[in-house]
Design a protein around this ligand. Structure first.
Ligand SMILES: Nc1ncnc2c1ncn2[C@@H]1O[C@H](COP(=O)(O)OP(=O)(O)OP(=O)(O)O)[C@@H](O)[C@H]1O
Ligand SMILES: [Mg+2]
Length: 177
């Protein structure tokens, strides 16, 4: 990921961790949502099957444990609103053509409302969808391992620091650094 494309994020990832299985991807979502508040923006970047929706399941489950809301790929709905507290706007840019489509799905209304946490899969599909503040989770899937890199603005960098994120698989983490 080129950090220059996303104004306001630090030049290098504030954290990088190995995700040994889907549970750890979900756990990352749980950890991040413990720091999230209304008005926040979280972008997700990663190829097909990288784990974006899996991470979202963790985000949603940590905010609402009632099982009423299940994160699924909002590919057809483009935006799903989970009326949790705070609400979560789960958006997928995969099928959008360009910047002008954002208006028609109510993208900026959601992102700028301050009412909920906006989580955007395929953020990199549309230059200009980045609001200039927030957190970007880059999920990378290689042949034999998965890695998450967290790119943050100043505000999120502090929050990530307080999380002391680490994967239980310490040896994998050492390999990454
Ligand atoms: N760290 C991991 N290790 C192994 N498998 C994982 C890991 N994280 C997620 N998975 C699995 O990868 C598969 C794809 O995950 P997911 O649907 O979340 O990807 P996605 O990025 O949302 O893909 P798409 O862009 O197609 O919507 C799921 O079966 C999920 O359980
Ligand atoms: Mg998905």
């Amino acid at each position: 990921m080129k950090s220059q494309v996303y104004s306001g994020v630090h030049d290098s990832p504030v954290a990088q961790l190995a995700l040994a299985d889907a549970d750890q991807t979900r756990q990352l979502g749980i950890s991040l949502s413990s720091q999230a508040k209304p008005g926040d923006f979280i972008g997700l970047i990663g190829e097909l099957g990288a784990g974006k929706t899996t991470m979202m399941q963790g985000v949603v489950a940590a905010i609402d444990d009632s099982d009423r809301w299940q994160a699924t790929s909002p590919t057809y709905a483009l935006m799903q609103v989970y009326e949790t507290r705070p609400p979560i706007f789960h958006i997928d840019l995969y099928r959008l053509e360009g910047w002008s489509d954002l208006e028609s799905i109510g993208y900026w209304d959601a992102v700028e409302s301050g009412r909920g946490i906006s989580c955007v899969e395929w953020l990199n599909r549309i230059p200009g969808a980045w609001p200039g503040r927030g957190l970007i989770v880059e999920l990378e899937r290689n042949a034999n391992r998965r890695v998450a890199r967290l790119w943050a603005d100043d505000d999120w960098a502090q929050r990530i620091e307080s999380l002391e994120l680490s994967s239980p698989d310490q040896s994998a983490n050492r390999e990454l650094s």
